[in-house]
Ligand binder design. Structure first.
Ligand SMILES: C[S@@+](CC[C@H](N)C(=O)[O-])C[C@H]1O[C@@H](n2cnc3c(N)ncnc32)[C@H](O)[C@@H]1O
Length: 256
């Protein structure tokens, strides 16, 4: 806990909204959780890396690869991408020091702190305006785009922020959540290279015996593109957030 607090104080972000709205705190908490749940999370990271490996092989040319939601970089085959592509562009709102250190080993890997919704400045001020993102759409050197365990995360912090800070009603919050997911999907579809979407499709809560208690649609009822490959991610093993409940997410991969 003290280590995480120190990490929070010592971390800087290029985007003030990332700290203000709570994304930096969440990135630090997620780093700590990934260490506590290493065995379960490593299996998921491996599947992500294999998926990126396969998508790279489908890319017709290998000039630039763009990854949204790069975060810890733990689910990205860095050496492989660095050797295959002329340029590797990794995007997230927040990059912590361990990720910066890893990326600094490769001269052609660039980390960019950027809001992929291009809407957080508005949402942070309580204005429920969801924009259509356009960054990189005019870059014709992008041959592969990966959206990496990101799309269902986009609404979570902004919607909570709007409800807590600006008394947004549940029905208004629901519209913002849907718009953020829909806008990201539409954005991805506008790239002309190979586009691969890795995302959770259903989140399942289990009791201590592994019996299903409940399941949630993390897409806020937005229609999901068909997934060609699936796997299960034990995201919250028993004891992580509760002694009597665990959570697994079904991850799906779509080519858009
Ligand atoms: C579930 S994590 C996956 C991160 C990474 N693939 C990993 O496993 O470490 C979701 C990531 O989305 C990022 N994120 C959330 N909202 C974002 C936004 N508006 N723009 C860019 N990144 C965002 C978070 O900072 C976080 O790193």
């Amino acid at each position: 806990m003290i280590k995480e607090l120190w990490q929070y104080v010592a971390s800087s972000t290029e985007l003030p909204v990332a700290k203000q709205m709570g994304f930096l705190k969440e990135a630090i908490a997620m780093g700590a959780r990934s260490k506590r749940c290493q065995r379960q999370w490593d299996a998921h990271y491996l599947r992500c890396k294999q998926t990126i490996f396969a998508a790279t092989q489908r890319a017709v040319q290998k000039r630039t690869v763009l990854i949204f939601g790069a975060g810890s970089l733990n689910d990205i085959p860095l050496s492989y991408l660095s050797s295959q592509f002329f340029k590797v562009v990794l995007v997230d709102l927040v990059f912590l020091k361990p990720a910066r250190r890893m990326a600094s080993n490769y001269s052609n890997i660039e980390l960019i702190e950027h809001d992929v919704t291009e809407s957080l400045e508005w949402l942070c001020q309580g204005q429920t305006l969801v924009q259509s993102p356009f960054m990189w759409l005019d870059d014709s050197s992008i041959d592969l785009v990966i959206s990496l365990n990101l799309i269902t995360q986009l609404p979570l912090i902004p919607v909570r922020w709007l409800m807590n800070e600006f008394d947004l009603s549940e029905s208004e919050a629901d519209i913002v959540g849907k718009q953020l997911i829909f806008a990201h999907l539409r954005y991805l579809k506008q790239f002309s290279g190979e586009v691969c979407l890795i995302a959770d499709r259903v989140d399942i809560e289990l009791d201590s015996q592994g019996v299903e208690l409940d399941r949630f649609d993390p897409w806020w009822d937005v229609e999901q593109p068909k997934a060609d490959i699936h796997w299960e991610w034990e995201v919250m093993p028993l004891g992580e957030s509760s002694a009597s409940k665990s959570q697994k997410n079904v991850i799906g991969v779509s080519t858009l």
